[in-house]
Design a protein around this ligand. Structure first.
Ligand SMILES: Nc1ncnc2c1ncn2[C@@H]1O[C@H](COP(=O)(O)OP(=O)(O)OP(=O)(O)O)[C@@H](O)[C@H]1O
Length: 308
């Protein structure tokens, strides 16, 4: 197996008396798009800031291509390109001039490399326009081009689609996938939008209260038995009673998602459950057994709706 692009080892962040990131241990693989998903305040940005050395690590380490960000900062950070806050861009200059100015700060960047990154983010046609005339999506892509100039093997983008319209989101997604697939760049993105992560990522790490509670492969090809999910529409007033019945009689921990009970059970286990709910006078408006979506899986892992 190839060396991980990045390793988080017992990574913790304490601010004052508050432990904000509570010990993260996982690897990022080369060439994958890894999504950090979690509700507001889960610790995504704090973790990302530690990954790029913007804030001090309280305990643990981040290794980038095997190099510790703590003991070999220069060696480690040289492999990383990142946009953590808004990309630094000059509106009065063209996109090209912005890249040129930025490239002068990095030894060994040629004009050929600038042309390459422009192509990588699909800005060939607009690179000579002034940045103040760029859409937000174009600015974001120019920021990515800038972050790629020194050929990093890891690109870190905090909420890359924040504020973009649907077509801007689609474009960023396209270029992020392209970078991972064609350039073997590991891309780490954060978001609180599951639907978007599902389309963009290979794996998603769910963060809640500073802890990694699960890592999910988005398009897992293993397991030929489809995982099924039962959805029962119930009268709102009876949801709690129904949940209790499922727990007591069948040992099922159902999740309440807007008056819909969700639980992972296969079709053939359903008849006694429906019968028990009917006998208990639970009013059911619909019962469906569906293949689990990623959203269903997350609802179960995280125990609350992560979508806003
Ligand atoms: N400098 C700080 N001082 C005190 N608390 C902080 C500081 N920075 C972050 N926090 C707290 O740490 C927690 C995690 O914040 P963080 O910004 O990492 O979350 P997030 O998952 O990125 O959320 P969001 O989606 O809102 O950006 C929050 O409760 C936040 O209030």
């Amino acid at each position: 197996m190839a060396e991980p692009a990045m390793q988080l080892i017992g990574l913790k962040k304490q601010i004052g008396s508050k432990l904000i990131v509570k010990g993260l241990d996982f690897d990022i693989r080369p060439g994958e798009v890894f999504g950090f998903l979690g509700p507001n305040g889960a610790g995504k940005t704090t973790t990302i800031r530690m990954m790029v050395g913007l804030i001090r690590i309280s305990e643990g380490d981040v290794r980038i291509q095997g190099k510790s960000i703590k003991s070999d900062f220069k060696g480690a950070i040289g492999h990383v390109g990142a946009i953590v806050e808004n990309p630094e861009l000059y509106g009065f200059m063209s996109g090209y001039k912005n890249l040129l100015v930025f490239s002068r700060m990095i030894p060994g960047i040629t004009r050929d490399r600038i042309d390459e990154v422009v192509k990588l983010v699909g800005l060939e046609k607009t690179i000579n326009q002034k940045v103040k005339r760029y859409s937000l999506g174009m600015r974001q892509r120019l920021g990515i081009a800038q972050a790629l100039l020194h050929r990093p093997s890891i690109l870190i983008l905090d909420e890359p689609t924040n504020g973009l319209d649907p077509s801007g989101i689609r474009e960023i997604r396209h270029y992020i996938r392209k970078l991972a697939e064609e350039e073997n760049v590991a891309v780490i993105v954060s978001s609180h939008l599951l639907s978007e992560m599902e389309l963009m990522c290979d794996r998603i790490g769910i963060l809640k209260n500073g802890e990694l509670i699960s890592i999910q492969e988005v398009h897992s090809t293993d397991g030929d038995v489809p995982e099924e999910m039962v959805k029962i529409d119930c009268a709102a007033a009876q949801i709690e009673t129904a949940k209790q019945l499922l727990q007591e009689q069948f040992g099922i921990a159902a999740v309440d998602n807007n008056d819909q009970l969700l639980f992972p059970i296969s079709r053939d286990q359903m008849p006694p459950i429906i019968k028990a709910l009917a006998v208990a006078d639970i009013e059911m408006y619909g019962v469906a057994v569906e293949r689990k979506t990623l959203e269903d899986k997350f609802l179960h892992v995280i125990g609350e709706n992560v979508i806003e």
